[in-house]
Write a protein that binds this ligand. Sequence first.
Ligand SMILES: C[C@H](OP(=O)(O)OC[C@@H](O)[C@@H](O)[C@@H](O)Cn1c2nc(=O)[nH]c(=O)c-2cc2ccc(O)cc21)C(=O)N[C@@H](CCC(=O)N[C@@H](CCC(=O)O)C(=O)O)C(=O)O
Length: 321
Amino acid sequence: MFGIEFVPDESVLKIGYMAKLAEDAGFGNIWITDHYNNRDVWTTLAVLSLLTNKISLGTGVTNPYTRNAAITASSIASINELSGGRAILGIGPGDKATFDKMGIDWDKPLSRVRETVLAIRAFLAKEQVSQAGFKGAQMSFTTSKIPIYIGAQGPKMLELAGAISDGVLINASHPDDFKFAVPMIRAGAEKAGRKPEDVQVCAYASFSADKDPAKAVNASKIVVAFIVAGSPENVLERHGIGMDEAKAISDAISRFDFKGAMDGVTPRMTEAFSISGAPADCRARIDELLSTGVTQIVVGSPIGPNKESAIKLIGKKVIGK
Ligand SMILES: C[C@H](OP(=O)(O)OC[C@@H](O)[C@@H](O)[C@@H](O)Cn1c2nc(=O)[nH]c(=O)c-2cc2ccc(O)cc21)C(=O)N[C@@H](CCC(=O)N[C@@H](CCC(=O)O)C(=O)O)C(=O)O
């Protein structure tokens, strides 16, 4: 199964046009990111509900801090009704950097995700909800079942996702990251008495495809730079990337010296943090990921040097392969 990520940092109608392209190219899911400074994720999903016919539509990912469980339940149920049952809720603990700017105290993210997912499930089942601080709140409408996926990287979040979610969206592109993550998801599912195969494992990867592999790799550099700058030490170590190299990139980013940051991106970093190159290169990496237990590839930013031609190329030469 192939998904595709769109970041609503351009007009919603432009995203709608690309969503239709993706549906026609054979993608099965669309994931819309949720950050306060971009177009609103729910407005975007509503427009996509009307512009597409069969592709699933999800938040990739929202969070439990900027909207409470009742509002998120109402929003995803409205999208599900509007799209004829194609909605998926993707929810993660959110971005600390973003919350710092919003003055939101990122306290107990693990517990907050757990209690929010369980409350949303109760709202969607039209129950009277008196958990997570609610006092008998209840939805006035229901729709068909909505899968709930969790965006996770850390060990405890991965285990939690295995225990309570229908799928896990993991920001990673390399088999070594999934050899680390999949056993934790499975352990979480087994501890909760679930079958591990009931939990979809999605490689939410930085992806860049082009007939010219060098052009594809070059287009991925800015995204890889941000991933390197934001990666915890244990992940950098796993890929043999030095803290000093990562710090040089993160310093360049904080100076808004994006060219300097991209110049600091090495082939090892591109290999570790993106799926990029010609279609055959991408397909080879995908096959490696599938062998680790990954069940869905999410084609994330930048998609390619030219988004529209990359969507068509991936449809023909990667999905269609
Ligand atoms: C909170 C954090 O979890 P994490 O899994 O590393 O979260 C990293 C990301 O998944 C998270 O930031 C996501 O929201 C990022 N994210 C997005 N975040 C956004 O805000 N918007 C997006 O659009 C978005 C997209 C996205 C797509 C895929 C994906 O995988 C992640 C994405 C963590 O530290 N986890 C620890 C647990 C920490 C812990 O134990 N906390 C305890 C106690 C801690 C304390 O006492 O404070 C608790 O919360 O109860 C762990 O898993 O081991």
